[in-house]
Ligand binder design. Structure first.
Ligand code: SF4
Length: 471
């Protein structure tokens, strides 16, 4: 067993990364068997689960959405917040009972949590009914581990970063929109973040491989790709090449795929070239997620974010002025250690100035092993909750203000599926990533249609499909 060591992870910045052809092991040993997968956390995990599904289906498994029908269960875990841990351990309790009735059930726990040494040890000591434990760096080995599985618990978690695997078989969740990983890991080491430890140092894929993947997706009928990475605009910095994220984005746009998105950007790496490319291509969507985290320069420094309040606002204004109709969302953490009322007021000040289209807001939660977890946290939970409440009220008011401007306009929407807002409705997204519930479009799933916006709420729009009269 090879477990992560936080100090080692920091030092191993020049470990050799190889590009390797994925194993894609095929077998019919598990023909007629079913798997159930539960994914926690970010888009990166969602896409990892598409890879895991590809591995399982190559072994003969078919997916079931009912855990009690499964012969194999995979929990693809997240380490970003404490409550993500709690959810996984809660679900494992349920699986323990299920295994009493189904002793041959194979339980696998993978993803970010086992990359933490304490979690891997806990699974070994307290959860012996878990058959296979794997990490983020060896997802590609899951097929081999399942074929090797015996009654003994198998733990295989690598602290060293994984290689970059190409040509993997994915089972994608959508037939119209696809995630495309452009890089793995992150070198930023924001002081609160566990990602550089659980996902390792930055490893970019070669541009030619990414373009090939996008071209294939386009041929298969996909209308939208989202380029995925922890810090996409640092793409290429680890490669011995002269291309960067702006070059990649331009080349992806030139494939002619209808819609190109990317997530997530770090303000530090946001270049003028990127802004020009986004502004210059119709098929690069005018939507940017630009994490702020805090509006206080003092807190930003403690977070290791490498920009000040003034620099963030200047970048925000530059993007707004150069990219037509762009919508910008953000992430904000409240209650970071040492955040005073004045620091929080600075965050509100930035929100009032930027008037974001939306935000993911969180109360700070220390992650073991990160530098920030060593800073004494003296802010009472009640104060943190009050700050979060106040922030959300402000954010929601600006979201509503932005959304109301869409009423009476006609927007292009990519329809993705049935809406939760009524049987006669479908849902989809505008170019600016606004969720729209659409009437009269039940036959348009998987299509780009024009929608007349009739109403707006803080988190969504309502609209009707525009039907052109025949002459
Ligand atoms: S840039 Fe994002 S993923 Fe990287 S360390 Fe900072 S918060 Fe974590």
């Amino acid at each position: 067993m090879n477990l992560p060591n936080m100090q080692e992870a920091r030092l191993r910045t020049d470990a050799l990364v190889e590009v390797i052809e994925a194993k894609n092991i095929k077998s019919d040993r598990f023909k007629n068997k079913k798997y159930f997968i539960r994914t926690y956390g970010c888009q990166m995990n969602v896409h990892d689960s598409e890879e895991i599904k590809g591995i399982l289906e190559n072994l003969g498994f078919k997916e079931t959405l009912e855990v009690q029908d499964a012969d194999l269960v995979v929990l693809n875990t997240c380490a970003i917040r404490e409550n993500a841990h709690d959810k996984v351990f809660g679900f494992l309790g349920r699986l323990k009972h299920l295994k009493k009735d189904k002793p041959d059930l194979i339980i696998c726990v993978g993803g970010c949590m086992p990359q933490e040494e304490s979690v891997a040890n806990l699974l070994k000591e307290k959860y012996p009914f878990v058959n296979i434990v794997f990490g983020t760096h060896n997802i590609n080995d899951l097929g081999t581990l399942i074929l090797e599985e015996s009654k003994k618990q198998l733990i295989e978690v690598y602290s060293i970063e994984g290689n970059v695997y190409e040509h993997m078989d994915y089972v994608r969740d959508s037939k119209f929109t696809a995630w495309v990983n452009i890089m793995y890991g992150c070198d930023k080491f924001c002081t609160y973040c566990i990602v550089p430890f659980t996902r390792g140092k930055q490893r970019s894929r070669k541009m030619a491989e990414i373009i090939k993947e996008v071209e294939k997706l386009k041929e298969e009928g996909y209308l939208e790709v989202t380029l995925l990475g922890q810090n996409v605009n640092a793409y290429g910095k680890d490669l011995d090449s002269d291309y960067d994220f702006a070059t990649l984005l331009e080349n992806v746009a030139k494939t002619g795929i209808k819609r190109v998105r990317f997530v997530t950007s770090h303000p530090w790496d946001f270049t003028d070239e990127m802004i020009n490319v986004i502004a210059g291509f119709e098929n690069i969507m005018p939507y940017i997620h630009l994490p702020l985290q805090s509006g206080s320069s003092k807190i930003l420094k403690l977070m290791g974010r490498r920009y000040t309040q003034e620099e963030y606002i200047a970048l925000y204004n530059k993007i707004k002025s150069k990219i037509k109709n762009v919508s910008i969302t953000t992430d904000i953490i409240v209650g970071f250690p040492n955040e005073t009322d004045e620091d929080f007021a600075e965050t509100l000040k930035v929100v009032n100035e930027c008037k974001f289209d939306g935000a993911f807001t969180f109360i700070y939660s220390p992650r073991e092993g990160t530098p920030a977890s060593k800073i004494k946290d003296t802010i009472p939970l009640e104060v943190k909750e009050q700050r979060l409440y106040k922030l959300n009220e402000l954010i929601n008011s600006y979201s509503l203000e932005h959304n109301k401007k869409y009423i009476g306009k006609t927007e292009e929407v990519l329809v993705l599926g049935p809406s939760e807002k009524g049987e006669d409705k479908v849902y989809g997204y505008t170019k600016t990533m606004k969720l729209v519930n659409v009437s009269n479009a039940k036959d348009d799933i998987g299509k780009l249609i024009l929608v007349y916006i009739t109403d707006a709420k803080s988190f969504s729009l309502d609209g009707e499909k525009v039907i052109f009269a025949k002459n």
